[in-house]
Design a protein around this ligand. Structure first.
Ligand SMILES: Nc1nc2c(ncn2[C@@H]2O[C@H](COP(=O)(O)OP(=O)(O)OP(=O)(O)O)[C@@H](O)[C@H]2O)c(=O)[nH]1
Ligand SMILES: [Mg+2]
Length: 163
């Protein structure tokens, strides 16, 4: 099952990918291009593409879209200023023909940071309840401790075979 991990730079995408793979926090530097790893959850194989989120790289996200079953959108919950940009990117993706059948998991990451937005606040800001044409789920998490990551994966596995 093909998965793309998207979100703005510094959101924690690469940190999450390697938590999935190794249950460890790896030292990351900004991703140029992408990382790809196979993650197996309860006999379900996910091929996860972690894509660089810097502004100059976002225009090439669409080259990863074909055959994507799941979008993991990672949000930096402390980065209030740029949530509007995340919202734009989210709706641009949802309108894309190649992602018509994709389900969306939103990770409200960095929940360890003081003063961060809750998943409910992010959900409201992104007007997730208005999304009717894609299955979606929001999960709060902390990539440094791994908290919340398993619940996100469980939602993904629970979606498989639903359609
Ligand atoms: N406090 C805190 N820091 C985090 C968390 N997750 C990631 N980080 C840190 O955020 C920084 C960016 O993480 P990356 O995983 O490299 O971010 P990215 O989304 O892959 O960024 P790009 O590759 O540039 O798109 C790193 O210093 C991480 O250690 C978290 O849950 N809490
Ligand atoms: Mg990265």
């Amino acid at each position: 099952h093909k998965v793309i991990i998207v979100g703005l730079d510094n959101a924690g995408k690469t940190t999450i990918l390697y938590q999935f793979l190794m249950n460890e926090v790896v030292h990351t530097s900004p991703t140029i291009g992408s990382n790809v790893e196979e993650i197996v959850v309860k006999n379900t194989h996910f091929l996860m593409w972690d894509i660089g989120g810097q502004e100059s790289l976002r225009s090439s996200w669409n080259t990863y879209y074909s055959n994507t079953e799941f979008i993991i959108l990672v949000v930096d919950s402390i980065d209030r200023e740029r949530l509007a940009i995340t919202k734009e990117e989210l709706y641009r993706m949802l309108a894309h023909e190649d992602l018509r059948k994709a389900a969306v998991l939103i990770f409200a990451n960095k929940q360890d940071m003081k003063g961060c937005m809750t998943a409910a606040e992010i959900s409201k800001y992104l007007t997730l309840s208005s999304i009717k044409d894609h299955p979606w789920h929001i999960q709060s998490c902390c990539a440094l401790t791994g908290e919340g990551l398993c619940q996100g994966l469980e939602w993904m596995t629970s979606r498989i075979g639903v359609r």
